[in-house]
Design a protein around this ligand. Structure first.
Ligand SMILES: Nc1nc2c(c(=O)[nH]1)N[C@H]1C(S)=C(S)[C@@H](COP(=O)(O)O)O[C@H]1N2
Ligand SMILES: [Mo]
Length: 389
């Protein structure tokens, strides 16, 4: 009863007025986007890496990046239901007569908490242009299209079992309640992307909390998927229904988007993208300033979709010489690792700082990322410009 009234209070507080099923917010993103925390690109906002300096392991919710295909919907949790249907469930329920769970149903199921990153597939895209002089389309993210949060929710495996999962199921497809996505005059319908059953049953969460609080509207209230290590598009927000199928599923988000296209790839593109690549970022503004002769501590974070980061090398002279950074704190495979290295800038001038991580599989960040026209998976070492005066 307590939990229920808390849920109700929250729903109406977030909607502002007693609720219509899904009311549009004023802008595409609901939370404040102060310029010292975010760089805004239309319906998306990236975290400024300098805003991570002095923070703990987790990205605070107020500075967690937002990637919206359209806009944040405001959902009334009292009428919201998670609907499961399809040929991969016993009795093949239809979308009209689905297996349905309420918010309270989900909150009453066994819960799990994980600290995991969510990262946009296009994170780092701008460096295809600025570092590799290649032309790509899409939001020109630097490295702030990533964050690590503490997600709490029900293992998706549990919900699928409760809905009557059969052994024939091969794919599931969660679908968001945000408006249809229209690109170049084509309506692709609501945001949805198939997920293979093996991943769905492994470590995926149907999350209802972020950093100890109910999910805020921009990050998927009332419920989102968290698909650890995978491209951000897999972590569907504002989930309204999930198809469970005994045959492979497809959507524009695994056919015309989120594959590698371009020279070196077949005309239909690569296989649908799954894991994120290894990356590193300095907790510094772009074009940071330092004083010559004064020792400073460079800090940053590295993460990989392929398990924990083992070590990080840093260069302060444009890649001429490298030193090992000291890793500190946790090195979770689903999150990131923090590192630091003292630096005494020798003389005034322009410098480039580089960080190169190696993960548990032995993979190391390359100098050049494989070109693809949509600018996905930029995992090369980024050259971070700074000025010493
Ligand atoms: N329904 C829905 N889910 C979505 C999206 C969206 O636009 N609609 N964007 C996806 C993409 S591309 C990314 S990178 C992540 C971003 O999650 P965040 O906004 O919580 O940071 O959500 C994913 N889930
Ligand atoms: Mo994304």
């Amino acid at each position: 009863m307590l939990r229920m009234s808390a849920g109700l209070g929250l729903g109406s507080a977030m909607a502002g007025t007693p609720a219509a099923p899904a009311r549009a917010a004023d802008g595409p993103i609901v939370k404040p986007l102060p310029p010292e925390l975010f760089i805004v690109y239309g319906t998306n906002a990236e975290t400024r890496w300098e805003a991570m300096r002095g923070q703990g392991y987790l990205t605070p919710t107020d500075r967690f990046f937002v990637r919206n295909h359209t806009r944040t919907p405001l959902i009334d949790v009292r009428t919201w239901r998670l609907r499961l249907f399809g040929s991969g469930l016993h009795g093949s329920p239809t979308l009209d007569r689905p297996v349905a769970f309420s918010y309270e149903d989900l909150r009453g199921m066994p819960a799990r908490t994980i600290d995991a990153f969510i990262e946009c597939t296009g994170n780092g895209r701008s460096f295809y242009t600025t570092q590799q002089h290649q032309s790509v389309t899409g939001t020109p993210w630097r490295l702030g299209g990533v964050g690590v949060a503490r997600w709490r929710g029900v293992p998706l495996a549990h919900v699928l079992e409760r809905a009557g999962l059969t052994r024939r199921a091969v794919d599931i497809m969660p679908r968001g309640l945000d408006p249809d996505f229209i690109d170049a005059g084509r309506n692709h319908g609501r945001v949805r992307r198939p997920l293979p059953i093996a991943k769905a049953l492994d470590d995926v969460l149907l999350a209802y909390e972020m950093n100890g609080r109910p999910l805020p509207p921009d990050h998927g209230f009332p419920v989102r998927l968290v698909v650890p290590g995978w491209v951000g598009i897999a972590s569907i927000k504002w989930v309204g229904d999930i198809e469970v199928s005994d045959a492979p599923l497809s959507s524009p988000w695994n056919t015309v988007y989120y594959r590698m296209f371009g020279p070196g790839y077949p005309p239909e593109g690569s296989a649908p993208l799954t894991r994120q690549v290894l990356k590193s970022a300095f907790e510094l503004p772009w074009d940071a300033r330092f004083d010559a002769g004064r020792t400073t501590v460079l800090r940053g974070r590295s993460w990989s979709g392929d398990g924990a980061v083992r070590h990080v090398a840093v260069s302060t002279d444009g890649g001429g010489t490298w030193r090992r950074a000291a890793l500190h704190g946790r090195r979770s495979g689903l999150g990131w690792v923090r590192w630091e290295l003292p630096w005494r800038p020798p003389a005034p001038g322009s410098y480039e700082l580089l960080a190169r991580a190696t993960d548990g599989t032995g993979a190391t960040q390359p100098d050049v990322a494989p070109y693809n026209t949509l600018g996905y998976l930029f995992g090369a070492v980024v050259r971070h410009p700074v000025t010493v005066t």
